[in-house]
Design a protein around this ligand. Structure first.
Ligand SMILES: NC(=O)c1ccc[n+]([C@@H]2O[C@H](COP(=O)([O-])OP(=O)(O)OC[C@H]3O[C@@H](n4cnc5c(N)ncnc54)[C@H](O)[C@@H]3O)[C@@H](O)[C@H]2O)c1
Length: 416
């Protein structure tokens, strides 16, 4: 892809940043990623010498907000007219951090404009639409990427290292706890946007978290082959940003079991209605024949087989053993940068020098499928098998419910 060059002949890639006034758009994508990349002089390419600089144009609905952000961060370009930005060759990448509901429409326009596209998850509100976006992007021959930020967390990177080293032996199971108390908004303002709690506005913890769980599980342990989930709305009424009560129509907690390729069982709780009694807001315990690990966003501790205590169940005696003390903290041994920024750098390298990118719209579609089938599992009260998703919509596995007759072929192929 042809890049712009600055007056100093430095190659520059122009990035349309849509939804930059939002929580994710502002903090993670603009400030912590693109501005941090600009500050460091650009993205270092494979030759180890060339740096591609980034030039953002902020896009949103409120000119005043955009002007304020642009002034605050010394950004030259902003507009409320997405179509104009898309029609302008100065901008090679379209990046989307809009509310989920608004995403697919904007991405379709960006595909039609031939831009490379980088987007927040979930890529669309339905699997059918997510798969269609993947197909359209493929047909248009445009590069596409979806945020997989959790994989870049220091804790998960350390976990990956343990897996690659063979530490676990045969991995048996994964148990994950994600969540914290999100205030209802009455006597203390909620710390998440209110649309998250309205199904009609694209909210819900399954839609929000299952796309993350899909890529975490498939990249670390194996493809998700089935899901059983129970979604609940624990707090039926909340108060929005303007102080108005509203009906919380979306699930705010989900309890799920995933069966993975190779036989690993993962059980993950996701909740905005739980109080934290862990070291971090997300924690996974992985148990294997040769050892176990507990990882969070940053931390990672292990217990190998040959340092495993031998508890004996005795309800008559208080157990004085310090189980926490049996674990060994894994050292960092590396510099882990903000994961959003690292993934942005990889995507920019994908765009300008064809570096590999596995986290594309098809990966995004698999995440949307897991969310959709998780909700279906909850509604129908049963385990649901997941097809292998391909761009063609083909499936090598039968997507059949465990206790139900085979689903019709159309249902397996994503042609729903
Ligand atoms: N990767 C992660 O860890 C992570 C975390 C939270 C949210 N997200 C995803 O990021 C996206 C944004 O979430 P957020 O928490 O930043 O939300 P937010 O409400 O803070 O921001 C949403 C943005 O979309 C804009 N917007 C809202 N309605 C719109 C419409 N109809 N048309 C055009 N623009 C509109 C808003 O002005 C704002 O800029 C969501 O898709 C969400 O799933 C990802």
């Amino acid at each position: 892809m042809a890049e712009q060059t600055t007056q100093h002949d430095q190659p520059t890639v122009g990035i349309i940043m849509n939804g930059v006034s939002g929580r994710m758009g502002y903090r993670q994508h603009l400030v912590r990623s693109i501005l941090a990349i600009r500050e460091q002089g650009g993205v270092l390419l494979a030759d180890g010498v060339t740096r591609v600089q980034v030039e953002p144009i902020l896009v949103g609905r409120s000119e005043a907000k955009l002007a304020e952000l642009a002034a605050k961060h010394g950004i030259e370009h902003y507009t409320t007219n997405l179509d104009e930005a898309l029609a302008d060759d100065r901008w090679q990448i379209y990046a989307d951090f809009l509310v989920t509901k608004a995403r697919a429409k904007a991405i379709r326009k960006a595909i039609a404009a031939g831009k490379a596209i980088y987007t927040e998850k979930p890529t669309a509100e339905s699997f059918e639409e997510a798969l269609e976006l993947a197909r359209l992007a493929e047909e248009a021959g445009i590069k596409n990427g979806v945020v997989h930020d959790k994989l870049y967390l220091p804790g998960l990177q350390k976990l990956k290292r343990l897996i690659d080293s063979g530490f676990f032996g045969r991995i048996l199971s994964v148990r994950g706890e994600f969540g914290y108390w999100v205030f209802e908004g009455d006597w203390q303002p909620a710390q998440r946007p209110s649309w998250n709690y309205r199904a009609e506005d694209g909210g819900g913890i399954i839609v929000d978290m299952f796309p993350h769980w899909n890529y975490v599980l498939e990249n670390l342990f194996g493809r998700v082959e089935s899901v059983y989930a129970r979604a609940v709305t624990e707090i039926p009424e909340r108060v929005d940003e303007k102080g108005h009560p509203y009906a919380a129509t979306a699930d705010d907690a989900a309890y799920a079991i995933f069966e993975l390729e190779g036989g690993v069982i993962a059980q993950l709780n996701s909740s905005w209605t739980t109080r934290v009694n862990r070291d971090e807001l997300v924690e996974f315990q992985v148990d294997g024949t040769l050892g176990s690990a507990v990882v969070g966003l940053f931390g990672c501790k292990i217990q190998p087989r040959n340092a495993t205590p031998k508890p004996v169940w005795n309800p008559d005696l208080a157990d004085a053993h310090d189980y926490d003390g049996d674990w060994i903290e894994v050292p960092t041994n590396d510099v882990f940068e903000n994961g959003f920024k690292t993934q942005w750098e990889e995507f920019i390298r994908h765009v300008v020098e064809d570096a590999p990118n596995h986290y594309d719209f098809l990966a995004g579609a698999r995440g949307v499928l897991l969310a959709e089938e998780g909700l279906r599992s909850s509604a129908e009260g049963r385990r649901i098998d997941l097809p292998v998703v391909t761009l063609e919509g083909g499936s090598t596995d039968a997507a059949t419910a465990s206790d139900a007759p085979a689903a019709p072929a159309a249902e397996l192929t994503g042609a729903r």
